[in-house]
Design a protein around this ligand. Sequence first.
Ligand code: MOS
Length: 738
Amino acid sequence: MTRQTRPAAGTPLSRVDGRLKVTGQAAYAAEHDAHGAVRGVAHGVIVTSTVGRGRITGIDTRAAAGQRGVLKVISHVNAPELPYRPWRGVPDPARGERLRVFQDDRVRFFGQPVAVVVAETLEIAWHAASLVRVSYDAGRPATDLASPAGEPNESENYTRGNVDQALRQAHVRLDRTYRLQREHHNPMETHATIARWDGDRLTVWDKTQIVLNTRAGLAADFGIPEASVRVISPFVGGAFGSALRCWPHVTIAALAAREVRRPVKVALTRKQMYTGTGFRPVTEYKITLGADQRGRLTATVHDIRAETSTYEDYREGLGDVGRMTHATPNVRLTYRTVPLDINTPTWMRGPGPATAAYAIESAMDELAYELGMDPIELRMRNEPDRDPSTGVPFSTRRLRECFRVGSRTVGWDRRNPRPRTNRDGNWLIGTGVAVATYHTARAAAQALARLHADGTATVQCGTSDMGPGTYTSMTQVAADAIGLQVPRVRFQLGDSSMPPSPPHGGSMTMASVGSAVQDTCDKLRRQAIALAVQDPRSPLHGTTPDDVTVANGRLHLRDNPARGETYQQLLARNNRTYLEARGGYTPGDEVERFSTHAYGAVFAQVAVDEHLGLVRVRQVHGVYDAGRIINPKLADSQAIGGMVGGIGMALLEHTITDPRDGRIVNANMADYLVPTNADIPNVSAIYLGGDDRTADPIGVKGLGEVVIVGVAPAIANAVFHATGRRVRDLPITIESLL
Ligand code: MOS
């Protein structure tokens, strides 16, 4: 008889691809030649500019080209003109003109690709690349927000109410400026691309969070139809946003392959990643808060400036938090991007809100002290009952509950609010809180599902899995919808020939792809049920489809489980090798009718060495309202990873640029500091769970981004509570506390 199975979704299933990853069978972008997918691969090594601004006056490639095994040296001197057709990525982070590789003699930033050496082996290519002599007519680059390379872009202007009047009448007014330094994603896997031409068709194995953007980008660059390009990316070793664009090295790999008429691999070094992909931009956030005696915000002003390149205007959702987090009738917000002689920034985990929340949630903490009010109570007094920026209702907003649960867990009520009152030997102990919010993005996605005669199923969508566990969570959703056990379902992703997916970013994969997978697999199950009901030889013949359910691969009457048959029996009798269904998800008007966000209350405890200024995080605890949780184990991986990223943002991460030439001086994992195990104490998360069916059909609100938001201000607020010192520049270093 049918064994009762509980749904796969909601269980802490281990990664279905875990074994492949830990046994080296998962092929990452640079490994597809070693895994046999592509043969005869030559190696391209990029030569990068050693000045930050100027023109190339000469390139001497003779010594490099003369090396045995060198196939070609390509630079603007001999590169063919590329069409670089205009196109808009989905999503589009930057307006302006992409960097066109080897198309002119201009140097726009330090580390810009100026040539590529293609050789039989990586070693020869590296050696030859070291022999390329480039001369420049160089100028001093603009690398500082204070002295831009051009006029700032008006990226956003927003107003509601009358800010000036409200500020004049405010009981308390606070003016502060917060700064965040540049940060790089530093995923474990460095970026790489292998490109192969077969006539005028291009196949690319790439590290990407969106195969469709790489396909569209390459098609545009080479002026060929998108249908002529196939992008394959089954495994991504972390990305955090760094693989959301088709970067210059991808085009270089394809160009080099076309020039040498062989497949070419271009793998960026860790150092090259700092200028070859994007980063979280330096941001200066000026904030003014006005409040009445009871702590209700009457006005907020947000003046935001962030760096961008001279050729593109990169914008992120820096205004979202200021517009909607707290109930305020009067808001003015300006966001300017400042062109500098740098490469273009890009999304990095929690892009926008992670930065904005640092400023806003630090300022809220300062306001709480001005008012002599508990910082959680201050947040609660400013909880809106509708989205204050649009007036529409929230789909779900359980921030009060997040704070209630979190306060209980960490014992917030026992806290003495006075700074510098708690100590443990030489350590000053402090606690802090902050709000986390992140918009629930959703976008159209499609999927394909096949039920095979052996009772297994494969489900496909051209999405990605950079680490959150897409393979696993989609398998769970598919297994439940088809009525199979998890081991009988295989989910495939990472190929542009599969049904289209939105970017694997912005926390939208579970909502969008998950809903598409569910719809597709529901259709597949209904198709099988319809086949059985119409089949005179089926035990289910003549029954009502709605009365039939499937569990463990067996179709049966809901009220009479004995009457039924297996998928195998049904397909074999009907001579079907498989049943196939296509389905998808398109967001509807709920996107406008409701304001949908994931929320979190973040608590941090720090210890600061009184004499040395050394900050040790003792605890970070987040309580999240992110809707339904498909897999609590993966959710914990996401949440802990996000919070660790937040600790890095608060205390360690800082890309340092030499102002003389624009060189990044710490472009390596020894000097660019990220948290290591010893920096990571007790980090934990609780999910309120629930099920937000106005968000999307599977009820999730997205978790990957919101878990980094709010961590840095919670830590900064804890540092203030510990020491009485308010640091308004991230990262908080020993020097800033001395
Ligand atoms: Mo996330 S920054 O959208 O990868």
